[in-house]
Design a protein around this ligand. Structure first.
Ligand code: SER
Length: 305
C-alpha cells in the first residue's frame, strides 16, 4: 500500500482514510463524482467511477498499487432508486476489478455491510456464515459484490478484502441515505437544540461502530497476512449495539436536552431485516480485530464535536 486510489473519497469513510494515509506519508489520489469544495491533504480528481477509461488512465498515470473503492448508494436512498443503485454499486465494482486486472493491481478494499443479512440470518447475533437473504436492494448489491469479489480473487488472482460494516458514526463527515443515520441525526439535533423525529421505532436494535474503529478495522485487515484470512467473502466486525431509546437516554446523561418523537417510516422495514448483534469472532481470530471505542465514548466524542 504505497500509492492508493480512493473512490467516493469525499464520503464518510473516504475523508478519514485520506487523513490516515496522508499522515502516514502514503500517496493518495482521491476521486469523487462531486466537486471538492474543501481543502483536502492529497491530490483530488473529480471522476465518475462508471467511466472505466478515465479510471484506467488515472490508475496508470498515478502508478496506483492499491484501491479503496468506497463508492456506494446507501440503503434508504437505494430503496428509492433501485436500478440506479444496482448500476452504481455493482457496475462501479466491476470497473474497479477490470482496471485491477488491466494494471496488475492486487490489493483492493471494498466495504460490504450488515445489509447482506436477512430474516433467516439469525438476527439476534449473526454468525459469520449464516443464510444470507437480504431484502433491501442495497443488501442485494452488497451480497452480489461479495460474490463478485470472491470469484474475482480466485479467477484473476487478485486480493480484494472486505468488511461488513455496521452503522458508522462520525460527526465530521456525515453519511447520507442510510438506515443507521438516525444516530447522527439525533445527536445533531441535540447539539442544535432542535426536536428530532426519529424514523425508526424506539426499540429497534442495530449494530454500530465509531468511525475510528471503522478505519482501523480496514487498515488492520489490509495489512493482515493473507495466509491467515479464512473468510473468502467479507468479515463480520462488531462495535456495539443500541436502540434509538438507548441513544436518547445517553444523550440526556451527557447533559443535553432532546425531544424525540418516534415516527417509523419505510426505513423501519429495512431495519427489521438487519441484525441486532454481530458475531465477529472470525475477525478476532484471523487478524486480531477488536473494537476500541464503546457506545458511551462514541456519544461523548460525538456530542463534543
Ligand atoms: N449504514 C448503512 C446504511 O444504513 C449500512 O451499511 O445503509
Amino acid at each position: 500500500m504505497n500509492r492508493i486510489l480512493i473512490t467516493g473519497a469525499l464520503g464518510q469513510l473516504g475523508i478519514e482514510f485520506i487523513k490516515y494515509f496522508t499522515k502516514s506519508n502514503i500517496f493518495v489520489l482521491a476521486t469523487d463524482i462531486r466537486e471538492c469544495k474543501n481543502e483536502i491533504p492529497c491530490e483530488f480528481i473529480q471522476c465518475d467511477v462508471l467511466e472505466k477509461n478515465k479510471l484506467n488512465q488515472l490508475v496508470k498515470s498515478y502508478k496506483i498499487d492499491t484501491i479503496f473503492h468506497l463508492v456506494a448508494m446507501l440503503s434508504a436512498k437505494a430503496e428509492k432508486h433501485p436500478f440506479k443503485s444496482w448500476k452504481l454499486n455493482i457496475d462501479s465494482f466491476q470497473n474497479i476489478i477490470e482496471v485491477c486486472v488491466d494494471n496488475e493491481i492486487k490489493k483492493v478494499f471494498w466495504p460490504s455491510s450488515i445489509a447482506v443479512f436477512g430474516t433467516d440470518s439469525k438476527l439476534g447475533c449473526v454468525p459469520q456464515n449464516p443464510i444470507l437473504n437480504p431484502s433491501s436492494i442495497y443488501g442485494i448489491t452488497k451480497l452480489a459484490g461479495e460474490k463478485l469479489l470472491e470469484y474475482s480473487n480466485k479467477k484473476f488472482n487478485i486480493d480484494i478484502r472486505s468488511i461488513r460494516y455496521p452503522g458508522i458514526i462520525s460527526m465530521s463527515t456525515k453519511p447520507g441515505g442510510g438506515t443507521t443515520d438516525y444516530v447522527i441525526e439525533m445527536m445533531d439535533s441535540a447539539i442544535n437544540k432542535s426536536k428530532y423525529v426519529c424514523f425508526l421505532s424506539k426499540n429497534t436494535e442495530l449494530p454500530m461502530m465509531y468511525i475510528d474503529d471503522a478505519v482501523s478495522s480496514a487498515i488492520q485487515l489490509m495489512r493482515a497476512d493473507k495466509s491467515k484470512l479464512s473468510v473468502k467473502d467479507s468479515y463480520n466486525v462488531a462495535g456495539f449495539s443500541i436502540t434509538p431509546e438507548i441513544l436518547k437516554k445517553q444523550i440526556l446523561k451527557n447533559g443535553f436536552k432532546i425531544d424525540v418523537e418516534f415516527k417509523p417510516d419505510f426505513r423501519q422495514e429495512i431495519a427489521n431485516t438487519w441484525p441486532k448483534k454481530i458475531d465477529d469472532s472470525k475477525a478476532k481470530l484471523d487478524w486480531g480485530w477488536s473494537a476500541q471505542i464503546g457506545f458511551e465514548e462514541t456519544v461523548k466524542k460525538s456530542l463534543k464535536f
